[in-house]
Design a protein. Structure first.
Length: 155
């Protein structure tokens, strides 16, 4: 019985250490950026969500539409909303923003990228975990929360 308890405790400690190591690994790297003027497609893992590629149904979510054509104002509202959500800006270019979100316990880093399509008046987003396979729906919830916050700033 004593050996079973020691084995179980050892496995728990190893699992926790592995999560800390993965969290540390996720802190290196950066957002993928734009590829051919679009956000990067999601990999074949469930820890990514993106508005750019409708054909990729398992990773797709609707973009945010906007009626105003001033991209600077849209970017400003997005930055305010994302900062309210706890995001830290990493990169900013014409009609593009990259943010990171860090989980509180294991310090996992996720990337949130934004592309403003001024021709279609759409805000495209890609939220993805840097490591691991599953995110337990965190990235999808993040984009849904961003949509709500952004729309609340328009009204």
């Amino acid at each position: 019985m004593k050996i079973v308890i020691i084995i179980i405790v050892t496995l728990i400690v190893v699992a926790i250490l592995a999560l800390f190591v993965l969290g540390q690994m996720s802190q290196s790297g950066e957002a993928n950026g734009l590829f051919e003027a679009k956000l990067t497609k999601c990999p074949d893992k469930p820890n990514c969500i993106c508005t750019e590629f409708v054909a990729d149904a398992s990773h797709y979510i609707d973009p945010i539409g906007f009626s105003q054509s001033n991209a600077a104002e849209v970017l400003s509202r997005l930055k305010i909303s994302i900062r309210e959500m706890g995001g830290s800006i990493q990169a900013e270019a014409d009609n593009y923003l990259a943010f990171t979100f860090t989980s509180s316990i294991f310090r996992f880093v996720d990337d949130l990228e934004i592309r403003i399509d001024t021709d279609q008046n759409m805000i495209h987003m890609r939220s993805a975990s840097r490591v691991g396979r599953s995110d337990r729906g965190v990235n999808k919830k993040r984009i849904e929360q961003l949509k709500k916050l952004f729309h609340s700033k328009i009204e």
